[in-house]
Design a binder for this molecule. Sequence first.
Ligand code: SAM
Length: 315
Amino acid sequence: MQSDERELGVNLFSCTPPSVGASHREEETPQGDTGNGNPQGESHERVGYKSVIDLGRSAQVPFPHNVAEYPTKILPQVMGAFVERLTVPNELVLDPFCGGGTVAVECALQHRCSLNIDINPVALEVAKQKLQALQTASLFEQNTAVAHQHLVLADARQLPLKSETIDAIVTDIPYADMIRYSSLPSDLSTIEDYDTFLEELLHAFEEMKRVLKKGRYIAIFVADYRIGRSRVILPLHADVIQLMQGLNFDLFDLYVWRYYRSGGFRPFGARPYQAMNVHSYVLVFHKPSDAKPLLKNRPVRYRRRLIEKLSKVNE
Ligand SMILES: C[S@@+](CC[C@H](N)C(=O)[O-])C[C@H]1O[C@@H](n2cnc3c(N)ncnc32)[C@H](O)[C@@H]1O
């Protein structure tokens, strides 16, 4: 056993990939069946593959996500869709900013293993309550899935993990000086200066890059926002793209998730009114393998009828 694993009490060997070596692309399931034993399968279907995700105003937070509250909890169907998309059962997912454990619960429901890191013990307690509720409800005949979700008090900028051990990262990052999750000095949400925040976020991204296996993916949930009296938008999603590309990640995919606030919708601030942001981004990055394949276009393939037509013209 490696020292990192001993430190965490985590048995990474229980998270061996399926022997078939199937990629998640090969795992595509027939319509109406997620094929992952997930009782929320229908919700995941609704997220779909369109670049704008909109589950509507009436999307519900299902059990056991609803047994405890944590600020800025993400609609689990959306996070769960990326867990499903980027991994196959038994693989190991990391959420380095786990908050109330949305990813941990989704991993349990979808038979993935997960490591969930947060600097705030309150967050880990909330996540634990949800996992325990799931265990108690015995949704599965053999509910070993819950046992494979690990909650770890640590700093995302110093992950207590070996390099290249993680199959996918799905995470929802904190924001500088918007919602303070705690008063802990290492909590990134307590940083007031936006540029300092980006510098510290970069350290977390460097760690994510180190622990992720080559050729695998990171899904980052991020919204732009405004702070201060200037009311200008801080384009955090664009800054995240820049930071990640600086680390040689490829921007593989970009989704806009339209979410719904409770309460009435009003324009933001005083005249001239500004839009109120009711969308967030899901940025999917790819960690390239050493040997990047040379991507050539395939030779053009003509349809049979076109070939027949062309040969008639040439006669
Ligand atoms: C946006 S919240 C995550 C919410 C989560 N997606 C959920 O559904 O509950 C961001 C989290 O990052 C955590 N955080 C802030 N600084 C951190 C650090 N340096 N290392 C690890 N976690 C940190 C905060 O405590 C907070 O729980």
